[in-house]
Design a protein around this ligand. Structure first.
Ligand code: PLP
Length: 387
């Protein structure tokens, strides 16, 4: 049966983690990691999450099955955080295994409605986006979203892609904290995208995986809120894995805005049917933690404070890097944990071999892998390899 299978390349970032771990140099720096790290260099369990877990341990009476839609209370409590004002019965949501599950479910929903539909996808993007949409049978139509050499958004390329598309086409957008470039649409760009999406009848599919890790919870959702105000149909793949630090617990949701409340119910029934044949029902523990946090005013405010501190730390590292080398000034105009340096593979390899500085082969750096005090050493290593 399986003789015909070709070996698949290992995940390059996971390999990088292994190399970093094996490096004995005490001065090594890890900018390759894909998760938040705090000022002590660990990916913490948030205090609000710990407290919610304690509450769950004490109060849970069963682990019997939920349904394929997951926990509806969890989904309802997220709605105001994501959308601000609840658009009402045209908006529905189901719980998914992480943002990845939400993206896959959304892609399959699109494929069920429109087999082979075209998805406009800006490059560079999170490396899992294209395989997810392709695996669901959709057709990728790439356009340049970000010019890494010039460190600026190519908003005109995005607009041109939208102008060439029409009803039945989809555009994938990062809601905030673009991975891997940190290049987010500003208010004017979101307005331009929203106008084009509406005029051309394109379905927007927003990937919102880092809400709160950029400029703040409301600020990071401003784009998706502007887009969804006065919109006919749209999808949002949401992840709680980063902003609640729940990575391995796999917490997410797929939201859909339908043309009418009746169409929303049809959309929901299709999401449920697709979930049923993929994972039957999503894992409960992480979503129960999020629900427990959001049901409590005290825990919600604790979580918000912790998240605010995380975002503030990321911005402080960006500012420290820019202060250490003016050529890195662009880092302060970008958002979230990631940026992509215009640096060639030979220098990336030399940084690792000669200086113990680890970053992805694409030049993507996770600024949360650094401490403010690491900025001079990082900049010195860049200079030493001739960047
Ligand atoms: N979308 C983007 C842009 C991401 O960077 C990630 C994770 O790295 C995800 C979605 C998926 O997140 P999750 O871990 O919740 O599946």
């Amino acid at each position: 049966m399986f003789e015909s299978l070709a070996d698949q390349p290992p995940d390059a970032l996971l390999a990088l983690i292994g190399l970093h771990r094996a490096d004995p140099r005490p001065t090594k720096l890890d900018l390759g990691v894909g998760v938040y790290r705090d000022e002590t260099g660990v990916t913490p369990i948030m205090a609000a999450v710990r407290e919610a877990e304690r509450i769950l341990l004490d109060t849970r009476t069963t682990k019997s099955y939920l349904g394929p839609e997951g926990d509806p209370v969890f989904v309802d409590l997220l709605k105001p955080i994501v959308f601000g004002v609840d658009p009402g019965p045209r908006l529905l949501g189901v719980q998914t295994p992480g943002g990845t599950g939400a993206l896959r479910l959304g892609a399959e929903l699109i494929a069920a409605a429109r087999p082979g539909a075209r998805v406009l996808i800006g490059t560079p993007t999170w490396p899992n986006h294209a395989p997810i949409f392709t695996a669901a049978g959709l057709t990728l139509v790439p356009h340049r979203f970000f010019d890494v050499a010039g460190q600026r958004l190519d908003i005109d390329a995005l607009a041109a892609a939208l102008e060439s598309a029409g009803p039945g086409d989809v555009v994938l957008l990062h809601g905030c904290c673009h991975n891997p470039t940190g290049g987010d649409l500003d208010r004017a760009a979101w307005a331009r995208v929203a106008a084009l999406v509406r005029a051309r009848g394109i379905l927007p599919f927003v990937d919102l995986a880092y809400q709160g890790l950029g400029e703040g919870l409301d600020e990071d959702a401003a784009g998706v809120r502007a887009l969804f105000a006065d919109l006919g149909e749209g999808l949002v793949a949401y992840s709680c894995d980063k902003n609640f630090g729940l990575y391995r617990d796999r917490v997410g949701a797929l939201f859909g805005l339908a043309a009418t409340p009746a169409a929303a119910e049809v959309m929901r029934s299709n999401m449920i049917a697709l979930a049923r044949v993929n994972w039957s029902m999503p894992p409960d523990h992480g979503a129960a933690i999020v629900r427990t946090v959001l049901e409590s005013a005290t825990l919600t405010s604790l979580w918000r404070d912790e998240l605010l501190r995380m975002g503030t730390r990321v911005r402080a590292v960006r500012a420290a890097l820019a202060a250490a080398d003016p050529r890195l000034a662009f880092l302060t105009t970008q958002h979230g944990m990631f940026s992509t340096l215009p640096i060639d593979p030979a220098r990336i390899a030399a940084l690792r071999a000669d200086h113990g500085v680890y970053m992805a082969g694409s030049g993507r750096i996770n600024v949360a892998g650094l401490q403010v005090g690491d900025a001079p050493a990082f900049v010195a290593a860049l200079a030493a390899v001739g960047w």
